[in-house]
Design a protein around this ligand. Structure first.
Ligand code: TMP
Length: 216
């Protein structure tokens, strides 16, 4: 059950590793601030002190022995705290919340790629309390290209998940495609193989539509 009245708007951005999220996030934040909206930017796993500590455990390459179930529960635990401590209060104040990843990441990475299936959604119903984004921007880039981009990024150390092989990332990608198919009311699939500006033009069109529906 959601404990607070939701008045703001909740936007998530999703994609396989290397799909260009960080670049598009910066452009989205600039765009939202030009519209004079009160914006809270956050990320998963993370966004609160407890969730950021869980993030360190999850992403550290030292924790190669972590089993899939522990991984799924830790992502869900980080999310439960994030939703209640940060996202719901901001939405109750009428803010626009932009989250770098949310539940769709768990469905794709733990549900599809780790093979945990439907229990990921069941556990995450507790974590999210039923909260769902109003708009999810899915940057659609085949993982081969995403991994290639990550590997050539200067000063980038691959985290525990990024270090997985291509077949893992292919399954993540299939998971995202499936979610996009199942939730067309909120997931906007964007061709992320185009130039930064061409990708952002599609992102901006999705934002325009979503904000136009928002009744303040
Ligand atoms: P980031 O690199 O986009 O910050 O995300 C951290 C990593 O965690 C990324 O490889 C995706 C992964 N992840 C999951 O496996 N499940 C989740 O629920 C979330 C939020 C992220």
């Amino acid at each position: 059950m959601m404990t607070q009245q939701k008045k703001g708007i909740f936007i998530s951005i999703e994609g396989t590793d290397g799909s260009g999220k960080s670049t598009q996030i910066q452009k989205i934040l600039d765009d939202l601030s030009a519209r004079k909206l009160d914006v809270v930017f956050t990320r998963e796993p993370g966004g609160t002190p407890i969730s950021e500590k869980i993030r360190q455990i999850l992403l550290s390459p030292e924790h190669g022995e972590m089993c899939a179930e522990t991984e799924m529960l830790l992502y869900a635990a980080a999310r439960a705290q994030h939703v209640r401590q940060k996202i719901l209060p901001a939405l109750a104040e009428g803010k626009v919340v932009l989250s770098d990843r949310f539940l769709d990441s768990s469905i794709a990475y733990q549900g599809y790629a780790r093979g945990l299936g439907a229990c990921v959604l069941t556990v995450n119903q507790i974590a999210t309390g039923g909260l769902e984004p109003d708009l999810t921007i899915f940057l659609d880039l085949p993982p081969k290209e995403g991994i290639r981009r990550k590997r050539i990024e200067a000063d980038h150390t691959m985290d525990r998940l990024e270090q997985e092989d291509l077949s893992f990332h292919e399954k993540v990608y299939q998971g995202y495609l499936e979610t996009a198919k199942q939730s067309p009311h909120r997931v906007c699939r964007i061709d992320a193989s185009a130039s930064v500006d061409a990708v952002f033009a599609q992102v901006k069109a999705a934002l325009d539509q979503c904000l136009a529906r928002w009744d303040v």
